[in-house]
Write a protein that binds this ligand. Structure first.
Ligand code: SF4
Length: 193
């Protein structure tokens, strides 16, 4: 055997030979099934949420956008146009469809009052109002206009902000604006803004 046959080429040749030996070639049928699976989908570009590599993905959604049709994610794959992952995904990323469609996915706001044992569902409006009030109270309690030597600092050290690898440039830009607007100093983010 020639020494320059690649592993991928060797496997491909083997598969073709096996199909021929049984008298039929499955490849056209397999290609057809693959095409049908995503042929009527809407494609949305996004970023894998699992790690700081930030691989780009294409999400295929089935649904004609009519009001009485609930769109369904049918396939997620690596974005071939991404310079980060060039269409590939690791085993975690390739399982993203289950991450989206799992019946255990949390889709509502749960709140546990101080001292309470149980969680209760609250509305987004109530959640936003609670968060805004908590931030305002903490800022009122901790804002420092000057340091010990009288220098202007306008800082907040009793509130911290964290970000994750799924935050896009745009989200990080807005987060930074928000943070600096409040004067928050403690900040941690995988993207190291
Ligand atoms: S596909 Fe894998 S390597 Fe890429 S961002 Fe997701 S977890 Fe990280």
């Amino acid at each position: 055997m020639a020494r320059d046959v690649s592993r991928r080429g060797f496997v491909a040749k083997g598969a073709a030979a096996a199909a021929t030996a049984f008298g039929f070639d499955l490849r056209p049928a397999q290609a057809s099934v693959r095409e049908l699976k995503i042929s009527r989908t809407t494609q949305t570009h996004s970023v894998c949420p699992y790690c700081a590599v930030g691989c780009s993905v294409v999400i295929h959604t089935l649904g004609d956008k009519a009001h009485n049709v609930k769109p369904a994610v049918v396939h997620i794959e690596g974005d071939p146009e991404s310079p980060v992952n060039r269409g590939t995904l690791c085993p975690k990323g390739i399982s993203l469809k289950e991450f989206v469609t799992s019946d255990r996915r949390l889709t509502r706001v749960l709140y546990r009052a101080p001292g309470a044992a149980d969680w209760k569902t609250i509305s987004w409006d109530e959640a936003f109002a609670r968060m805004a009030r908590a931030i305002k109270n903490a800022r009122d309690a901790g804002f420092e206009e000057t340091d010990e030597q009288g220098r202007t600092v306008n800082r907040l050290r009793n509130v911290a902000m964290i970000g994750g690898c799924t935050d896009t440039n745009e989200i990080n830009y807005l987060l930074s604006k928000f943070r600096f607007g409040l004067g928050i100093l403690p900040y941690e983010n995988q993207s190291r803004l």
